[in-house]
Design a protein around this ligand. Structure first.
Ligand code: SF4
Length: 747
């Protein structure tokens, strides 16, 4: 039996795993006791990973060979890799020649490894000459990115997991970490047990399992978060709980924010948010003082937040308004304090690092900045990086539906289930002239829309790196060879790029000189190029190498080669590391009060509260919120294979408050039509006392025809995203997956 250290492919906690194999079979998995994200723990999903890779189940669900559909609706016919990649390169080159580079788009994934992401970004922006590359991280983290950049100056979560242990107050906002980040939540429960004086505040429309440990639960109305945060600041100012010294020394823009929150009186906030004024006072005091009831004694407050803030048409304002509270109270840059966004996907962070979004460039550079474009062009050896902004996720599918984008390359993601407003997405996939789906699984809802199917590797087979929520880079190592003809995502992208180069820049040296025949050498060469792109940037990792990650274990960024420029042995998070291992990067940022802005000061953001894009009204009287279940992951292409993971929740249902059900004469298990302005699904209804009146909840995981969905014009649709809206935040372009107005009628 052999053992291989790798990481869990599910959530942003980024737990380390030890994979046990016999020959070419994965036979078990356990938590890596030496990994600083989990120290041996795994949740239900992580601990059953080996079963999702077991034969014959795995082989039945995998894409194993390239295949080309001769016509839409026809069965795909197998073909060799050479022919498949030649065909793809020909179609893309032809589209670019006839319609220009912006007629193609790449839609990739926070499930990709950093190396995969890096190559796709270079392929689109460096070779094709389009910024039309976006990712499902747009649905997950782009509001957090925009919020950090607007206030702190860089997309860098300033805290670390160890801060949970050092906090006096934990403030959860829009995060059900108990289900979405279970191993981190165990750490939180332990920290609380060790410090009974710790205060936990949870702000969430639903009384989730996370709210179950709250000292103070704030069941706010969906979308009212900005008003809540402004209201807390109003109280802090009134009561003298802000840190005026910190504001003066380390921030700018407070006067404008102060004027804005003047209107956010406790009475107004209580009315808009549906909360009690006395709870607002208590929350403000605990936040400012780190859980102390004595304003003179200040401990640390750590905010933990996730999709409840991000998946919103007001997402950037929500993120920024919460960060405002940390700046106004000096709750940042010290142990146990800071605004800590929890990443949903395992490598949303890595994607952000390599600039794999339509508005970003490598190493946290901005597409809109001419100097940054020139730097990246020089790094890649191309004349220029295009200036035109690329299409973000919703815009990309809208452009395909409008006939503007004609060729789509979709890698490692399932937009025909996960994107909002499925009627739009399906119009896009049908209208696009050429759709490539690069996937590990044959079972996703997007596969039937592919003209060309390219089989990719997945967990247990892949090689590269990922970055978790606390900026920690971990090695991903292959335990078994790829099944069938599956190839690594970066290999496919590079081999396609080579063929496209022959057509777009014949006779010139390749931009993609990575060894595709040697996966380890090729992936490391890509990572080294990415590492070089970070030199001198806020996420500088020039002090790291794959050899060092192997010897010292996963490391946080920044970790520059030159310690004088900010890298150091931090030591704060080393308590549980095995003997001989050290943390080399920075556990927490901004301890010196200097921020990566032009004047070194953090900036307060004075963005006003705006209501949800689609408020409930008489024809659509319910607020639909969506979210995760504890034991399922995304569209269930992996977790849906295991019967035991349905032990927690067996089937999809719409959750509704018992009084609302009674008023509508609905019984548990009745089938109901749930209808929004965009579509309708049929689903059983179940009572749920954790919800407020006039709110309903449905998990995001189920798709397929199981739900019998229809668009408003009668097309068959799948899953809860038949109902959700593609309205998005004007800054982050992240859509409001967390709220839609619906009506519910007995079927
Ligand atoms: Fe995997 Fe997240 Fe569970 Fe850890 S907490 S085992 S990363 S799903």
């Amino acid at each position: 039996m052999a053992e291989t250290r790798s990481t869990c492919p599910y959530c942003g906690v980024g737990c380390g795993v030890v994979i046990q194999t016999e020959g070419t079979r994965i036979i078990s998995v356990r938590g890596d006791p030496d990994h600083p994200a989990n120290f041996g723990r795994l949740c239900t999903k992580g601990s059953t990973l080996h079963l999702t890779a077991a034969e014959p189940l795995a082989r039945q669900t995998r894409l194993l060979h390239p295949a080309l559909r001769p016509a839409r609706g026809a069965a795909p016919a197998l073909l060799g890799w050479d022919a498949a990649l030649e065909h793809a390169a020909g179609r893309f080159a032809d589209t670019i020649a006839r319609h220009g580079p912006d007629a193609v788009g790449f839609y990739v994934s926070g499930q990709l490894l950093t190396e995969d992401y890096y190559v796709f970004n270079k392929l689109a922006k460096g070779l094709v000459g389009t910024n039309n590359i976006d990712t499902n991280s747009r649905l997950c983290m782009s509001s957090a990115v925009a919020g950090y950049k607007a206030t702190l100056g860089a997309d860098a979560p300033p805290a670390c997991y160890d801060d949970v242990r050092q906090a006096g107050c934990l403030f959860f906002a829009g995060s059900n970490a108990a289900w979405a980040h279970p191993v981190l939540f165990r750490r939180i429960e332990e920290a609380r047990a060790a410090n009974p004086a710790m205060k936990v505040i949870v702000a969430d429309p639903r009384r989730t399992d996370t709210a179950g440990i709250a000292d103070l639960f704030l069941p706010l109305q969906p979308g009212s978060d900005v008003m809540l945060f402004h209201g807390l600041l109003h109280i802090m100012l009134w009561e003298g709980w802000t840190d005026t010294g910190y504001i003066e020394r380390h921030t700018s823009g407070f006067a404008e924010l102060k004027a804005l929150v003047r209107e956010a009186t406790p009475e107004r906030v209580a009315e808009v948010c549906g909360l009690r004024a006395q709870d607002l006072f208590q929350a403000a005091q605990w936040f400012a003082t780190g859980g102390s009831n004595d304003p003179q004694r200040r401990a640390a407050t750590l905010s933990l937040y996730c999709q409840g803030l991000n998946q919103s048409s007001n997402g950037t304002a929500k993120n920024a308004a919460l960060i405002n509270l940390h700046l106004a109270t000096g709750q940042i840059g010290r142990p146990g304090a800071g605004p800590f966004s929890l990443t949903g996907q395992p490598n949303a962070m890595g994607g952000r690092e390599v600039g794999g979004l339509a508005n970003l460039l490598s190493a946290h550079r901005d597409l809109a900045n001419p100097a940054h474009r020139a730097e990246v062009a020089a790094l890649w050896g191309v004349e220029s990086v295009p200036e035109r902004p690329g299409k973000t996720a919703v815009e990309m599918f809208q452009a395909a539906a409008d006939g503007e984008i004609k060729a789509l390359w979709i890698a490692c993601t399932n937009p025909a289930q996960s994107m909002p407003d499925q009627a739009l997405v399906r119009r896009a996939l049908e209208r696009a002239e050429f759709v490539v789906v690069q996937e590990a699984f044959a079972t996703t809802a997007t596969v039937p829309y592919a003209d060309l199917l390219l089989p990719a590797t997945t967990w247990g087979e892949k090689i590269g790196t990922v970055t978790n929520s606390e900026r920690r880079i971990s090695r991903v190592r292959p335990a078994v060879p790829p099944p069938g003809e599956a190839r690594h995502d970066w290999q496919i992208a590079v081999q396609f790029a080579h063929r496209l180069e022959a057509r777009l820049r014949p006779g010139r040296a390749s931009l993609f000189h990575y060894a595709t025949h040697d996966a380890a050498a090729g992936a490391e060469a890509i990572w080294n190029e990415h590492r070089e792109s970070t030199r001198g940037r806020d996420l500088d990792i020039t002090g790291l190498s794959w050899a060092l990650l192997d010897a010292q274990g996963p490391q946080q960024w920044p970790c520059p080669a030159d310690p004088a420029s900010g890298g150091k042995v931090d030591g704060n998070a080393t308590a549980l590391l095995p003997a001989g291992r050290r943390d080399l990067g920075k556990a927490r940022l901004y301890e010196d009060g200097v921020f990566p802005t032009p004047d070194g000061r953090a900036r307060f953001s004075a963005l006003p509260w705006r209501p949800v894009a689609e408020p409930r009204e008489s024809r659509y009287p319910f607020s639909l919120t969506t979210g995760r279940l504890r034991d399922q992951w995304h569209g269930m292409s992996r977790t849906g294979q295991l019967g035991r993971l349905f032990g927690h929740v067996a089937e999809p249902s719409l959750q509704m408050h018992p009084q609302d059900m009674e008023r509508r004469q609905l019984q548990a298990g009745d089938l109901v039509h749930v209808t929004s302005k965009r579509g309708s699904i049929v689903v059983p209804i179940q009572p749920d006392g954790t919800l407020a009146l006039s709110q309903v909840f449905m998990a995001m995981h189920w798709g397929g025809e199981y739900l019998g969905g229809r668009s408003s014009t009668g097309e068959r649709l799948a899953g809860v995203n038949a109902l959700t809206t593609s309205a998005y935040c004007p800054s982050s372009k992240q859509p409001e997956l967390k709220h839609a107005a619906v009506k519910v009628l007995k079927a």
